[in-house]
Every structure is written in C-alpha cells, then in structure tokens.
Design a protein around this ligand. Sequence first.
Ligand code: AMP
Ligand code: MG
Length: 398
Amino acid sequence: MSELLSVTRAMELVLDYAGSVGTEAVDLTMAAGRILQQTIRAERAQPPYDRVMMDGIAFRHGSGPTLVSHGIQRAGAPGQILPEGHVCLEVMTGAVLPEGADTVVPVERLVREGRLICFQEGYEPCKGQFVHRRGSDCTTGTELLAPGCRLDGPALAVLAGNGHAQVSVSRIPSIGIVATGDELVDVSAPVRDWEIRRSNEYALTGALLSRGFNCIERSVVPDDLAETVVALREQLSRHDVLILSGGVSMGAFDHVPKALSKIGVERVFHKVAQRPGKPLWFGVGPEGQRVFGLPGNPVSATTCGVRYVMPMLLAGQGLCRPEPYMVMLDAEVDLIPTLTRFLPVKIRHDAAGQALATPCPMPTSGDFSFLASTDGFVELPFGEGVASRGTAAMFHGW
Ligand code: AMP
Ligand code: MG
C-alpha cells in the first residue's frame, strides 16, 4: 500500500467541501445546461383534452362507413358537438375530439364525394383509434422533473409546456484560474527561446465551459512569494473557487503552498498517490473558498482538473451523480505498483457498441502536444504487473 493519500480518499475529501453555492431564478431562455433546483409538476392533465392524433374525420363508432360532413374541427378551437346520426366532423391533428365522437379515421383511409365521406373499401376502424385520451400521459400535479437534473432540450420543453417562464437553478460559482511561472508568456505575446506559452488555463477553461461553468477569471502571478501572497489574497476575496496551476512541487520557486498558508487557506491535503499529478494540493479558505493547486505540467494540470475539480464543481451544483462511465482496454497496460495511473486514451466502439479505450501514453506529464488527439483518460488502480486487454476501466472525458 502506498503511504500517500489514495485517489479515492483524496476525492472523498474534495467532495466533503463541495458545499452548495445556492440557487437563483433564471429565465427559461437562459436555463439550458443549468441544474434544476425545484420540483416541476404537471400544471394540468396531459393531454388537457381528448386530442385528435391524425388529420381525418371524427365520428361515432358504428355509424359508418358513409358519413355526411358536418363541418371542420380545427386545432386551437373549442370542441364542437357532433350531432346524432351518420355524420362526422373533419378534424385536424391536435384538435379537440368533438363531443359525441369517439373514433378518428385518417384522411388516407377515406374517399370523398362532396359532403359525403366514405371509408376505403374493406376498412374497419377500431373504436377509440387515433384519440390521445385526456390525462393519459399524466394527471395534474404529477412530478415531471426533480431537483438535480440538467436542463437539456426535453427538460426545457417540459418547463415551457407547464408554464415556467422562470426556473430556480443552482448558481454558478465564480472561479479564478491563476497561473504561476516566470517562464510563461501570453498566447499573443512574442515568445523567447527560454520561455513557453501559457496553456493550462485554456485547458481548464475548456473543461469548465463545456460543463457549464462560465464565470471564470484568468490571471497570472510571477514566481515570487510576496507577489503571490498579494495576488492570491485578492483572488480569494473575489471567487468561490481558485484553480492554481504550477508552483506546488519541490522547486525553490514553488511558493504556492506557503503563500496559501499565509493568507489563511487551510491545507486539506498535499500529494496524492497518482501519476501524473502527484503534487496536487487542495485546501479551504477562510470563507469556505475551495482552492486547488494543480501541478503545472500540462498533462497533470488537465488530468487533475478533470479528475478532481470538475466533479467537485458538479457536486456543488447538486447534479445527480452520473454512473461512472466504464470502458474496455483495447491493449495491455503496465500498472504502477504504488500509484493510480491516469492514462490518456482514444475511445472507439466495436460492432456491438462496446466502448474500447486505446491507450495513448504521453512520454512525460509535460508533453501535451498529442493530448488533443485523445478523448480523455482511464483510471487504473495501483498494482503489480499489467492490466490485460479487455479489462474494464473508469473513463473520464476531457
Ligand atoms: P511547476 O509545477 O510550476 O513546476 O511547472 C511544471 C512544468 O509545467 C514546467 O515545465 C512549466 O513550465 C509548466 N507549466 C506550468 N504552468 C504552465 C501553464 N500555465 N501552461 C503551460 N505550462 C505550464
Ligand atoms: Mg513553476
């Protein structure tokens, strides 16, 4: 067993602080992708009236096969009354079934001569056909959406269909991404031979935006303890969550843990038994702000962001926890005796629809050039030997 904190335990500790950022009311037009925080019940029975399901005629079963048209019952008009006798009303899909009628015959099954309408030769309608009965989908007050669901298209339709122009959803936390490192330059600045462009903040921004976290501020601090203290104190006062990149390893200029302790951020853990991402740091600020110190190496930062930061943020939204997504290894993989291995993979599906993960090991945790050709990573428990082809593994998508 490793002496370092296990991935499972580290995640439990992070989730202990997931908290909740509260709720807010948003307009339906702005609610897509948000996490619902109220129960939505049927405003009335669905359908609210006996609904005609085909363009055709409505009549009293048994009164055919030749009927006289008594007029038209269109959608959006109050229901008419069908007189006694061999009569019908011409009806449109979505119309109210006329009172006195019980059956609909579609227009394709009819032959017309002036006001006389006849069933096609040999056609025998079943009583009640093509009538969508009032309340057959749900009755008034039926629970349609529960708190914790993500508002996708069908959920938005339910909100609209039940009169919710506004809806209560989880507030989106304010997130500060802070990059550290004197060697880093901006994407649009000239870059000298001994410098590299900052990229981690964009990997993290991508992961956040694709999960609906759009309240992000990016900033940069140099590798200087005093300046890091000032910058982090300021960032801490402005955000619910800080995601720092770099400066948490053992180097002489890795000031992040010290700076965080100086501004009252309490360390929950530092270092996890995993590769990449062993130096991961996590702590909690004086007002409950969650602070992640991600190792600066791009593969480590991206992986730890997806493995720890995103699940915590989603848990804070009250999202009903999805089942882990399992895939099957498509090749044998070396395990690491004391560390959980996060291995980038490409996903494809075999003819039976089984998700297969092709390992794409990055030579080092700093080599991120080919990460973009992968779909995410699999999580392999520490152990001796190999995980053979066909082993099931938990998959985390970028
Ligand atoms: P550190 O964790 O600060 O020791 O950084 C480890 C490695 O990651 C160094 O090679 C850094 O240049 C690189 N690195 C740190 N921060 C970033 C960043 N924001 N974007 C890209 N690379 C980074
Ligand atoms: Mg650094």
